[in-house]
Design a protein. Sequence first.
Length: 282
Amino acid sequence: MPHVMELLGKTRIVVRDGKVIEVGEPTVKWCPIFDKVRGIKEITPEAARENMEFRIKDFGLFTPERKLEQDVFVGFGASEVMMTGLNRDMLDTTVTVCDGAGTVITNNPKLVQGMGARISGLIETEPIDAVINGIAEKGGIVLDPSTAEINPEGGVIKAAKLGYRRIAVTVVHSENAARLRQIEADEELDLLIVAAHTTGLGKEEAMELFQHVDITTGCASRQIRELIKPLAQVGTAVPLFALTQKGKEMLLERAKEVESPVLINTMPLPVLPEHKQPRELV
């Protein structure tokens, strides 16, 4: 099984043996984050290929050389928020994903950041022994080392069996978030559900997602930008939105660890300056 990830305008990339073997078409033409960080002025299939090859070369994605400890990529990202939650004892553990391993349970803040900083929409992956062993050495538990399956519900259930209660978990689909809320009730847990990779969500799915998650990324989703009524927002180009008090408190806690100056103000949300938005929102 090859590795499949969507990145840079939701471009579908297939990687096998450390090489890009297939590149799809992007759904977005410009992303303010990648323009700022990598100087990408237009998202094309070739730009997506080059970015994936850069991630493979510099960070070892989808290879045994995967770097599992990395610096902060953006001030406010999903992995950065979870890292802060662990650092400040607001969470017991996290359930996220990593290429070469699938779903991972860990309470190591550096590992959470290292795994999440350089991946976007991980669709499927296959086991890489060196990555799985590296995660274990750093205090992570791979849900299924034999398959590297991506299963947030299974990860939360296993975390609960290990005695964790305050658990942050990332999801992509609203149905996962709904099932996680049922698990939360059944197991008497305290979940922080974070939605990521939301570009291209339909209206009904976006509204369903809002019912179950604490925090969601804005990505390049037109539906999220038009429909969301957040309690808090960080960032204006590709923002994170808090939909619950728990999510709001986590974003504000993250602000304490951001090294650059921070403006905190009250105003109607969302705030989305037109010139900062990804082009051709979908």
